[in-house]
Design a protein around this ligand. Structure first.
Ligand SMILES: [Zn+2]
Length: 345
């Protein structure tokens, strides 16, 4: 099966009332683990790469790995998505490479750090939609700014500062009308990375979980029941994975993630794509640290990359079940970019 447009995966998820995990990749092991998990749980899936990942994998390697993934598992609907595109040129590059979906993050300027004005965001998003839709390629945009930095991309807002950059539901409605985007990433207080919370218990100094403005999602869904929302920075940062890292020589204090219950509440209210990157990184790092610590004589990369791949696989399986995409791979006939571009026209 060729890669399918992400729009179809999201439309089908909306029909079925479930969410779909969008997992970030840089390398072969992550792609293999995601595809194996999708196969074993019978899940449609979104695989995404940031600009950093494209640079790391030198573009062509990632393209060929994705081709291999669709050849090995032809029955799994999978789309390849550019995460946080910073310019029209970056989106064009991803489309040329065969991506079936792109994100233009016009919430930030091309440097990927400075917040853009609303008008600037509308303008660049419109440009990318004009480029992508005639080719059948899906477009995700972002309104409001997230905290943290992901692969060098992000305003680096602290957990407190993100509250000043939450998505305004009234503006969201106008933004979607003006741009005709397929999916909207909303800022509700999540941050990229493993350190999502700036809140501390005033008495004990202990880090507290981040507070999310779930009401923004509820409100946007009420205004636009057909709008597919995207939650970024939605790793759960499970304590047991962080514990493994710390147990075997790592040092990651004060981590907090987004609970699966909060994500599931979002899915009930129009969230169709859930971005998860940190959790697989944690699983991979923990598994490798464990081998290095327990078997310091090992030097064959397969001795630690295989357990790393297995650990990531378990995370993906768990997320696919929790988001509800499990069991839905065979629900529909995959469409093509050619077929969907007629719908846009
Ligand atoms: Zn993101």
């Amino acid at each position: 099966m060729p890669l399918v447009p992400m729009r179809q995966i999201l439309d089908e998820a909306a029909k079925g009332g479930y969410g779909v995990g969008a997992f970030n990749v840089n390398n072969m092991e992550q792609i293999q683990a995601i595809m194996q998990a999708a196969n074993d749980t019978n899940s449609p899936v979104i695989i995404q790469a940031s600009r950093g990942a494209l640079k790391y994998s030198k573009l062509i390697y990632l393209k060929k790995l994705m081709e291999a993934a669709t050849e090995e598992f032809p029955q799994i609907p999978v789309s390849m998505h550019l995460d946080h595109g910073n310019s029209v040129e970056t989106c064009q590059m991803a489309i040329d490479l065969g991506f079936t979906s792109v994100m233009i993050d016009g919430s930030l300027a091309e440097d990927g750090k400075t917040p853009n004005s609303y008008e600037q965001n509308v303008e660049i998003t419109q440009k990318v939609v004009a480029l992508a839709h005639p080719l059948g390629v899906t477009v995700e945009a972002e309104l409001g700014c997230l905290g943290g930095i992901e692969d060098g991309h992000g305003a680096g807002l602290s957990a407190e500062e993100v509250n000043d950059h939450l998505t305004n539901p009234v503006q969201a409605e106008e933004f979607v009308k003006l741009t005709n985007v397929d999916a909207l990433a909303v800022a509700i207080g999540t941050s990229h990375g493993a350190y999502k919370s700036g809140r501390k218990d005033p008495k004990t100094g202990e880090v507290l979980p981040p507070v999310l403005a779930m009401d923004r999602i509820h409100e946007i869904h009420k205004r636009m029941p057909n709008c597919h929302m995207v939650m970024h920075g939605s790793s759960s940062v499970p304590k047991e994975l962080v514990d493994i890292i710390n147990q075997f020589g790592g040092k990651m204090p004060g981590t907090f993630g987004i609970s699966l219950e909060q994500i599931q509440d979002g899915i009930k209210h129009g969230v169709r794509k859930i971005n998860v990157d940190t959790d697989s990184r944690l699983a991979i790092t923990g598994a490798i640290r464990k081998v290095f610590f327990e078997q310091p004589n090992k030097f064959d990369p397969r001795d630690y990359l295989k357990p790393a791949r297995d650990a990531a696989y378990l995370v993906y399986v768990e997320r696919m079940k929790a988001f509800g995409q499990a069991g839905h791979a065979g629900d529909y006939q995959p469409t093509t970019l050619d077929a969907i571009k007629k719908l846009y026209a």
